[in-house]
Design a protein around this ligand. Structure first.
Ligand code: PAF
Length: 278
């Protein structure tokens, strides 16, 4: 595996791969890698033959008081995992490599970016899209893979790519879960044993919502009932959105929806979702 620490080194390696006729797949990450990330790489390998993984903790997508400073940086373990997953290139840029001295927000997530995660984390999605656009420009991939757990992120990245990176295919890979149902996340490592048990109730609520989805309101009510039994998980929202528009749905909706959940357990913000077809 090549490790590229600058945009120039990245461009040279990707250029050589493309010249050899290879299709470039890209998995952007913030590191603290786990099995979920490896499943994104496995997905990328189905569609491309030179796989670039970036590790970059993007300051622009963290708000004041969020976990930018304490976000786990585990580069040696990450690098070993990427070797074992047979990634071709690890891109490990500095803030300056990515932003070239200009850390202004260049992407606007718009109305959908202000809902749900965006309502609780103002500016998060503008910062996320800004770095993803910069990384797409640097890596020049043919396909890019994002995890379904961050459903609003995938929706917004698709929207941006359709307008600005028309040739790039965005692929969504399914969420990987622990046997308890808890969605894998780099932030799970913040949880104490007790908080971990509490955190499993997010996916439990989604499963109950799914199992009782005779209507959107019935599904929401039963999912909320599960969460009300665990007040230690500070529920931010449970919502049902149209998977195609990310707008909230009402009773009578027919089609593919996503039930979204976000809660803070201890000091850790967790999100998850499940697909429900009405
Ligand atoms: O999902 C993440 O890890 C980040 O939001 C991403 C896509 C790597 C951008 O910083």
């Amino acid at each position: 595996m090549i490790t590229a620490k600058t945009g120039e080194a990245l461009a040279a390696a990707v250029g050589a791969a493309k010249a050899a006729g290879k299709k470039v797949g890209f998995v952007p990450t913030m590191g603290a890698l786990h099995e979920g990330h490896l499943s994104l790489i496995a997905e990328a390998k189905k569609h491309a033959d030179f796989i670039v993984v970036s590790i970059f903790v993007n300051p622009l997508q963290f708000g004041a008081g969020e976990d930018f400073e304490k976000y786990p940086r585990t580069i040696d373990a990450d690098s070993a995992l990427l070797q074992s997953a047979a990634a071709d290139l690890l891109f490990l840029p500095t803030v300056n490599d990515v932003y070239q001295g200009n850390t202004e927000i260049t992407q606007q997530a718009g109305h959908i970016g202000e809902l749900f995660e965006g309502a609780s984390r103002p500016g998060h999605f503008d910062g996320m899209l800004t770095v993803v656009a910069r990384l797409f420009e640097l890596v020049q991939p043919d396909i890019a893979v994002f995890g379904a757990k961050d459903a609003q992120q995938v929706f917004l990245v698709r929207q941006m790519a359709a307008k600005q990176f028309a040739k790039l295919r965005i692929i969504e890979a399914p969420t990987l879960r622990e046997p308890s149902g808890l969605a894998l996340s780099s932030r799970n490592r913040y949880l104490s044993q007790h908080e971990h048990a509490v955190a499993t109730q997010l996916s439990a609520a989604l499963r109950v919502g799914h199992a009782t989805a005779t209507s959107p309101s019935a599904a929401l009510e039963s999912a909320r009932t599960v969460m009300h039994k665990v007040p230690e998980a500070k529920l931010d929202y449970i919502a049902l959105v149209d998977a195609n528009s990310f707008e909230a749905i009402q009773d009578g909706f027919k089609g593919r929806a996503l039930m979204l959940i976000a809660a803070v357990v201890g000091t850790t913000r967790l999100i998850d979702n499940i697909e429900i077809v009405f």
